[in-house]
Ligand binder design. Structure first.
Ligand SMILES: [Cu+2]
Length: 165
């Protein structure tokens, strides 16, 4: 057996191990956050791109409303949204999880509180796109009417709450 061949195999093995450990870690993080575990209803996990400024604005809004926020910076937002079941037409920038629900985008804290008290049969809430004037999107002074949508696992949607109308 040539030494070079042995080294190559070992490196190969190590790379495979690292890749699978990384994949397992990512899966564990996302599925834990998405599970309906008995965490306090004010504890929120937010997945966002490290460079997203308006996401940080929404985090500040939720903290000001009394939520405890854990942020997880990731460049894999498409993967996070897919794993958490965010319908493509509901997508925004950041994605959060709370009490087994998904909160997509700049949803006002008021709607999140209502979601947690009403506990509807749904996957979560979304403020699709980036509505001007929504929490975290309110620095420019401009605002537009927008709707917070309730969405289900199978992609069904209905209006949950209207703002700016
Ligand atoms: Cu945003």
């Amino acid at each position: 057996m040539a030494p070079l061949g042995t080294t190559g195999t070992e490196v190969d093995k190590m790379m495979k191990t690292i890749a699978s450990v990384l994949a397992a870690a990512t899966l564990a993080t996302v599925s834990l956050a998405g599970a309906a575990v008995a965490e306090p209803s004010t504890s929120l996990t937010v997945y966002k791109s490290p460079s997203c400024g308006c996401c940080g604005g929404w985090v500040d809004h939720m903290k000001a409303a009394g939520f405890t926020v854990t942020t997880k910076d990731t460049d894999e937002m498409d993967t996070v949204k897919a794993m958490l079941g965010v319908p493509a037409d509901m997508a925004s920038c950041h994605t959060a999880t709370i009490n087994g629900y998904v909160v997509e985008g700049h949803v006002p804290a008021e709607s999140v509180t209502r979601l947690l008290s009403e506990k509807p049969k749904a996957a979560g809430l979304a403020a699709p796109g980036m509505p001007m004037g929504s929490p975290g999107m309110d620095s420019g002074g401009a605002s537009e009417p927008y709707s917070v949508m309730l969405f289900t696992r199978d992609g069904g949607t209905e209006t949950f709450q209207r703002y700016g109308q």
